[in-house]
Design a protein around this ligand. Structure first.
Ligand code: CA
Ligand code: CA
Length: 230
């Protein structure tokens, strides 16, 4: 019996994923249920601060998660005045908290949990956001790498390891005045701005191209300037 016991222990130590010695939790390295996170392609306007959305596609309920994000050169996570990093949960949260910090290898580790082990809501769509800022010299496409993705199932508190994923950041450099992005500056661009001011922007509306005087407000002053560019 003693010999058999030793063999069983030896096998357990040799097979990765059965026992995670570091935090003593059972981890499913295979993620047999196929749940995953997705980062929709994001178009970056160099020099601006933008939200990177992270979506969750899930077939079972999860209560907590963690993941590490590695940004390309020229992209960095936004820091709040209190030194924390600017991350936020979507409406899929219940009573969850989220926080982030830089780990030793330079990645941004994001973690969220619920005090009462409540489930995250829904089965698809945005789960959380990371505010990122780009240098004015940033040029896409570039890759955001996400590793160490662990989700905790609500039902049995088991941690499920998801496959690593990448997100793509493209670059968009606005042409001032070409508000609808069709390559020319004309009356149609003025109409785009007018519609925006009236609270009814079209899908083509490019706010960066519309703010011709770069004062972070889009108003009649920009229309005057677009008229001069026609
Ligand atoms: Ca145009
Ligand atoms: Ca303006």
């Amino acid at each position: 019996m003693n010999k058999l016991f030793k063999v069983v222990i030896a096998v357990l130590l040799l097979v990765p994923g059965i026992v995670n010695a570091e935090n003593d939790v059972e981890i499913d390295k295979q993620n047999h249920i196929g749940d995953r996170i997705v980062i929709p392609r994001l178009t970056i306007t160099p020099g601006k601060t933008q939200k990177l959305a992270i979506q969750l596609l899930n077939s079972v309920e999860y209560t907590a998660f963690q993941a590490e994000f590695y940004f390309p050169a020229g992209i960095s996570p936004v820091k709040n005045a209190d030194g924390s990093y600017s991350v936020s949960l979507s409406s899929r949260k219940t009573n969850h908290s989220i926080s982030a910090n830089i780990v030793s290898d330079g990645g941004l580790k994001v973690a969220a949990y619920s005090f009462g082990n409540e489930s995250l809501k829904g089965n698809s769509g945005d789960l959380f956001y990371i505010d990122i800022t780009s240098e004015s010299t940033f040029v896409g496409p570039a890759t955001v790498e996400v590793k160490g993705i662990l989700f905790t199932q609500t039902s049995d508190r088991k941690e499920v390891a998801f496959s690593d994923v990448n997100g793509i950041l493209d670059t968009h450099t606005p042409v001032m005045g070409d508000v609808n992005g069709d390559g020319t500056i004309n009356i149609a661009d003025v109409e785009e701005v007018a519609n925006y001011i009236m609270g009814n922007p079209s899908e083509r509306f490019d706010a960066d191209a519309a703010d011709v005087n770069s004062d972070d407000v889009i108003d009649a002053a920009d229309i005057v300037l677009i008229n001069k560019l026609k």
